[in-house]
Design a protein around this ligand. Structure first.
Ligand SMILES: Cc1cc2nc3c(=O)[nH]c(=O)nc-3n(C[C@H](O)[C@H](O)[C@H](O)COP(=O)(O)OP(=O)(O)OC[C@H]3O[C@@H](n4cnc5c(N)ncnc54)[C@H](O)[C@@H]3O)c2cc1C
Length: 217
């Protein structure tokens, strides 16, 4: 794992630069907590930003999809991509409209996708992907057939050029607004697993699912 905390000319946060962080411990912690990213790429002169799942594995993230998907077809050839991950931690309500904000932790990754064509690496990527969402799920479920593996494309994107940006804490109201008679502060937000809803055709002997397996979020 690279611990370089030095941004490149492309990853240096410009606005409020003190919120930018470039060390891999910070970047990895955000990537490991999230599980949905947005992948930006261009086809011709049209940019697309497509939401999808991911997992970090060492110095890369894996993204997968149907071999027929436009996103996968566009990026597997190695075109430039930008991947973002955003964790929303709270709504920041200020006295002024101007100073309203969001507490967040986010990562931006710039790079090019590497096609994962080796079957054992591809299978390992899918195992990590599955277990990233629900702990130990891969070990319980039916594994992909050769046909299913063929229908799935996996790409890896290096974290070599990546940045994190975080905002936390209360609103930054102007001194002159502090007496404005309106509630101000932070409303914390989090992603929370609710009670599981079993499939209608689930065997009664398999009724229980422990959401503690998702609790790391
Ligand atoms: C939930 C959320 C809400 C936001 N709301 C606003 C808003 O309303 N208005 C606003 O102006 N900004 C908002 N931001 C911040 C926004 O993401 C950019 O940081 C901001 O536009 C400033 O970009 P820039 O011009 O300094 O950098 P740019 O020139 O756009 O980016 C330079 C480099 O800095 C890095 N970088 C920039 N932003 C981020 C980031 N968020 N995370 C990780 N790396 C980053 C990237 O590597 C990028 O290549 C929000 C961010 C989040 C996560």
């Amino acid at each position: 794992m690279s611990n370089s905390a030095t941004p490149t000319s492309r990853t240096r946060v410009v606005r409020i630069p003190e919120r930018g962080q470039y060390d891999r411990a910070t970047i990895d912690a955000i990537l490991d907590e999230g599980f949905v990213c947005h992948v930006a790429f261009t086809v011709g002169d049209q940019p697309f930003v497509i939401p999808t799942g991911y997992v970090r594995y060492g110095d890369e993230i894996f993204v997968h999809g149907s071999a027929a998907s436009r996103m996968i077809r566009a990026i597997e050839g190695g075109c430039a991509v930008c991947v973002t991950v955003t964790l929303v931690d709270g709504l920041v309500l200020a006295r002024s409209a101007f100073h309203h904000s969001i507490n967040y932790r986010s990562v931006v990754i710039l790079g090019r996708a590497r096609l994962v064509s080796d079957v054992s690496e591809k299978t390992e990527a899918l195992r990590c992907f599955t277990n990233h969402v629900v702990e130990n799920r891969w070990e319980e479920v039916r594994k992909p057939t050769a046909q299913e593996l063929k229908a799935t494309t996996v790409v890896a994107i290096s974290l070599a050029e990546s940045s994190a940006k975080t905002r936390s804490g209360p609103p930054n109201d102007d001194e002159a607004d502090k007496a404005w008679p309106v509630w101000a502060g932070v409303i914390p937000l989090r992603v929370e697993a609710l009670a599981p809803v079993p499939a209608e055709d689930l065997s009664a002997s398999l009724a229980g699912f422990d959401v503690i397996r998702l609790k790391r979020r």
